[in-house]
Design a protein around this ligand. Structure first.
Ligand SMILES: [Zn+2]
Length: 326
């Protein structure tokens, strides 16, 4: 038996475009990070070979692999209860993939896997805006769609299948826009980046009103926000319309849960600057009256590049150390 104290963990954030790895100590200090394009590995076995190789390399360069206690992974459509990525619609790997077990077999470390929205929320609870809160909701915009997770009495609400928190796929407009999930009128079809861009295109098509958006090389949410900085009325209308839909969805979920706060995460500050106010206005108008002045609608104060690897690291501490002899 080795008597080395394993006082570090690895946090891994798997996103559609990029995978980020961090070595994190017991206090949540990120000691080192590394990243590689997820899209270079359409085959999950080659992805895992690259991931384990990078984990060993970054660990060896930062105090040694034998200091690493365990690994936590954040990935889309992942189930903490099974350790599998389950039919992730945006990822190249189809079907059910036992990612936690596959990485454990390659590294000899305990591996915990969690749904990206749940891990974002864990990061907020352990290191961010939700620190010390018992009841709160985090809504995250940074993974292509809209994810959320709620804590109730200090515990995450995972649901009986591990799939709780799909606020992005609650219906806001009956018979509305087609969503990536195949249904119509979901929040995600309006308030995700893709939805916001669709709203902008629609507004430009509806009228001849001049707008800086018309001459943008690439229509992105951030670029639309920068048009708002110039006082562009049509761009302001994009966020006004988005806020109307988002405000109602958040008011509904807050009325059900009575949280201390609804925390919005993972959009650039330039975007929240224009999205927050219209959302707040509609939220306050629609949330249950008895909690209106009590529930706070706020922006996360964690760094967008660090939140999910910190959440994944926090998850890593929750699993037992792996040993063949235990
Ligand atoms: Zn949907």
């Amino acid at each position: 038996m080795s008597d080395t104290i394993r006082n570090r963990v690895i946090g891994v954030d798997v996103r559609v475009s990029q995978t980020t790895i961090a070595v994190v100590d017991q206090r949540g200090n990120i000691l080192a990070t590394d990243s590689f394009p997820t899209t270079d590995y359409p085959d999950v076995n080659s992805f895992l070979s690259m991931l384990s190789e990078r984990i060993v390399t970054i660990a060896e360069a930062n105090g040694g692999f034998d200091k690493i206690r365990s690994v936590g992974i954040s990935a889309p459509s992942s189930n903490y209860l099974t350790g599998c990525i389950e039919n992730a619609s945006n990822m190249p790997w189809k079907g059910v993939i036992p990612l936690a077990a596959m990485l454990r077999d390659r590294t000899g470390l305990s591996v915990a896997l969690g749904n990206d929205a749940h891990i974002t929320t864990l990061g907020e609870h352990v290191y961010g805006t939700a620190h010390g809160m018992q009841n709160f909701i985090v809504v995250s915009f940074g993974h292509g769609g809209i994810g959320s997770c709620m804590y109730s009495n200090g515990m995450p609400h995972l649901g009986s299948n591990g799939s709780a928190g799909e606020i992005g796929h609650t219906c806001i407009v009956d018979g509305g826009r087609l969503c990536s999930c195949g249904r119509h009128g979901c929040l995600e079809a309006y308030a995700s980046d893709r939805g916001i861009i669709q709203t902008a295109r629609g507004l430009m098509d509806e009228s001849d009103q001049p707008s800086l958006m018309r001459s943008l090389e690439e229509l992105t949410v951030k670029a639309i926000a920068l048009c708002c900085d110039q006082g562009d009325e049509l761009a302001l209308e994009v966020f006004h319309r988005t806020g109307e839909v988002l405000g109602i969805a958040l008011a509904n979920v807050a009325s059900i849960l009575d949280p201390e706060a609804v925390i919005l995460a993972d959009q650039p500050a330039d975007v929240f600057k224009w999205l927050l106010e219209p959302t707040k206005e509609v939220f306050n108008r629609n949330v249950f009256g008895n909690i209106r002045d009590k529930v706070r609608l706020v922006i996360s104060d964690l760094n967008n590049n660090e939140r999910d690897v910190l959440g994944a690291a926090a998850l890593a501490w929750t699993v037992k150390e792996y040993s063949l002899f235990k």
